[in-house]
Design a protein. Structure first.
Length: 419
């Protein structure tokens, strides 16, 4: 059994490619089952977020990373060369370390951001529900959750408010010096949009609108921030009122198009609109950026803003890396011990069989009236001879071969000192 991580992220692939490799909530169950039916795959978890898509697999002896890569390529009908150029893979110890780093936010666009841990837990839960998680991979994910908790407790990795949501609001603050005078349209009602709304409130934004596919969910968010509520279909009617649009949904297709923004700008008499699209796949058509007075930014554009808020987290990240290495080594020690479990069980069963045979023989002799002392001496002698027979042969053969390494191993194993 071996561990494999195969994936792309914001460092290796563009937004356009990440969109095509994403697994939405409706797609994940089928994908997990198909991946499990791939040769050599024993367990699987698919993590798919705005900034990464990763396949976590435990492989049987006949498993192969090329087979998993081919499955990913075929599932999304991707060009092999294009995918391969952006793909990374980790195996064994590096796979363990990678998952722990991702869970702690050390591999995120925003260093130390906490949202990724919740997304990993969702992926873990989805795999459980699909029946594709058990044994080794399950233990690894549970371990990663505890590592992330330890890092949050023992370091300041989460002390600074740095996230994609925070970066989006920071960008808006740069463009509009007084956010309190702006009106903001939030598209979506998930965790990221909620975080955006909290940051906006901290910046004294009091006029917010929330658009979502279902009104009920939008109302739950809007109630806390005293925001107006609308459906996605109503966005064209309210867009002219928005100075800032921040969008993050799970829609597979763009929600806001070039024509819609063009009409809104005309209604605003070309008063500028800032649009920040932090969704993957994108919620706002890229062509919107061609319009005068429309300023469109995607998650990739936020990188520069984010880098300005990372110094404290970089120091904490160094501490986190040390914790991860320690925890990885502990997990590897447990993982390696699995390989000896069957051998230990077989060795104990063999010794127990010898004991039972010799005990039965001794009891039979006693029942026939043989001298008890003599029976016990014979029992211990035969038991000792049988138990040391194989090690003695191994020592003898190593001596004949002049194999000093084997003699040293046998010496340590049998506890007889240096040969």
């Amino acid at each position: 059994m071996s561990l494999l991580v195969l994936g792309i992220n914001h460092k290796t692939a563009s937004v356009a490619l990440r969109e095509r490799v994403a697994f939405g909530p409706d797609l994940a169950p089928r994908a997990l089952q198909e991946l499990m039916n791939t040769q050599g795959v024993a367990e699987s978890v698919i993590l798919s977020t705005c900034n990464r898509t990763e396949l976590y697999c435990s492989l049987n002896d006949d498993g192969d990373s090329d087979v998993v890569r081919h499955w990913l390529q075929q599932f999304h009908q991707l060009d092999e060369d294009e995918l391969t150029a952006c793909l990374y893979q980790h195996q064994g110890e590096e796979a363990i370390r990678h998952l722990m780093r991702v869970a702690c936010g050390l591999d995120s666009l925003v260093l130390g951001e906490p949202q990724i841990l919740g997304q990993i837990k969702q992926a873990y839960s989805q795999s459980h529900q699909s029946g594709t998680l058990k044994g080794l991979l399950e233990r690894l994910f549970q371990k990663s959750f505890s590592v992330a908790k330890r890092v949050r407790t023992e370091t300041d990795i989460g002390a600074s408010a740095v996230s994609v949501a925070f970066a989006a609001v920071s960008l808006a603050k740069r463009i509009f010096s007084d956010l309190g005078r702006t009106k903001v349209l939030l598209v979506g009602a998930g965790e990221t949009v909620e975080l955006v709304a909290r940051h906006l409130k901290e910046q004294s934004v009091t006029r917010m609108m929330v658009a979502n596919r279902t009104l009920e969910r939008a109302q739950n968010l809007a109630q806390e921030f005293e925001a107006e509520v609308m459906t996605l279909e109503q966005i064209p009617d309210f867009l002219p009122q928005a100075d800032i649009v921040i969008s993050s949904t799970a829609s597979p297709l763009p929600i806001i198009g070039k024509g819609m923004v063009e009409r809104a700008l005309k209604a605003r008499r070309h008063k500028p609109i800032l649009l920040v699209d932090i969704a993957v796949p994108r919620d706002i058509e890229p062509e919107v950026d061609e319009l005068n007075d429309a300023y469109l930014y995607t998650v990739d554009d936020l990188q520069g803003i984010i880098e300005q808020n990372l110094e404290a987290r970089k120091r904490a990240a160094a501490q986190a890396e040390r914790i991860i290495m320690e925890e990885r080594d502990q997990f590897m020690a447990w993982y390696r011990s699995l390989r000896s479990v069957d051998m230990i069980r077989d060795y104990r069963a063999q010794a127990e069989s010898v004991r039972e045979q010799e005990l039965a023989r001794a009891l039979q002799a006693l029942a026939q009236g043989d001298d008890a002392t003599q029976v016990m001496q014979q029992l211990t002698r035969r038991l000792t001879n049988k138990l040391i027979h194989t090690p003695t042969q191994a020592l003898s053969q190593a001596g004949k071969d002049g194999d000093q390494d084997m003699l040293a191993v046998l010496s340590r194993t049998l506890g007889i000192g240096r040969p």
